[in-house]
Write a protein that binds this ligand. Structure first.
Ligand code: PGA
Length: 253
């Protein structure tokens, strides 16, 4: 069975103290996690070691970085390498979030390099894709997302893509309160899986977790995660509230 994942994306929010309180509150609630159902917390770089240590008391709950650089090491002031993340024992890195693509000009080609450097360091990317509103309105979202996947992932081998994690996040639904309907999510997730199957075969496509992101909250998580090709969520706003994110974790199927 492919993994079901509830991933928190704190973005640039919370102080360390607020973040630690939030984690403590979530960990003190009963969490329905196991080897096939994971909770992941993508937190700001300065908090990674603290959060990772806090989460170590519980199995199947992981810290993640929100980004890493596409170069191995060197004179890149202010950047963080995959090797550094590996050196603190991290396993997961969010790559290609739409905010990175939009505000920091991350291209599909640059993301292909980031994916490679993560693999070289044994890190599992949570690779984000998704279309802006104009593309959705033009009805060309399927080919748009397909291009994102092809240009950033399709140089990988089937072995590398086995068990990979993708997050589909329609940009028009991020932080807007406007969720894609569960049917819209399922439709795109099924499309993504069929594109992966055409290139890598059904076994690989079926092993890949495809998370939905965009205004997931406690009230809609169960319905969205209940769709057959939706394997959990990448959650921004609602992951900053303990009760919300706890319910979201416990909505994994
Ligand atoms: P949101 O953000 O849940 O606040 O819409 C999701 C994301 O950007 O990962």
């Amino acid at each position: 069975m492919r993994k079901q994942i509830a991933a928190a994306n704190w973005k640039m929010n919370l102080t360390l103290e607020q973040g630690e309180t939030l984690i403590d509150e979530i960990l003190s609630s009963p969490l329905n996690v196991n080897e096939d159902k994971l909770a992941v917390f993508a937190v700001p770089f300065p908090y990674l070691i603290n959060v990772k240590n806090k989460l170590a008391v519980k199995k199947n709950v992981f810290a993640a970085a929100q980004n890493c650089y596409n170069k191995k090491s060197g004179a890149y002031t202010g950047e963080v390498s995959a090797e550094m993340l590996k050196s603190i024992g991290l396993q997961y890195v969010v790559l290609g979030h739409s905010e990175r693509r939009e505000y920091f000009n991350e291209s599909n080609a640059m993301l292909a390099e980031k994916v490679n450097i993560c693999f070289e360091n044994g890190l599992q990317p949570i690779f984000c894709c998704g279309e802006p509103l104009s593309i959705r309105e033009a009805g060309t979202q399927n080919s748009y997302v397909e291009t994102q996947l092809k240009e950033s992932l399709f140089h990988l081998t089937a072995d590398q893509l086995k068990g990979f994690v993708i997050a589909y996040e329609p940009i028009w639904a991020i932080g807007t309160g406007k969720t894609a309907s569960s049917d819209q999510a399922q439709e795109m997730h099924a499309h993504i899986r069929s594109v992966l199957a055409a290139q890598y075969g059904n076994a690989v496509a079926d092993s890949i977790s495809i998370l939905y992101g965009g205004s997931v909250k406690a009230a809609n998580a169960k319905e969205i995660f209940g769709k057959p090709d939706v394997d959990g969520g990448l959650v921004g706003g609602a992951s900053l509230v303990a009760a919300e994110f706890t319910t979201i974790i416990n909505s994994l199927k």
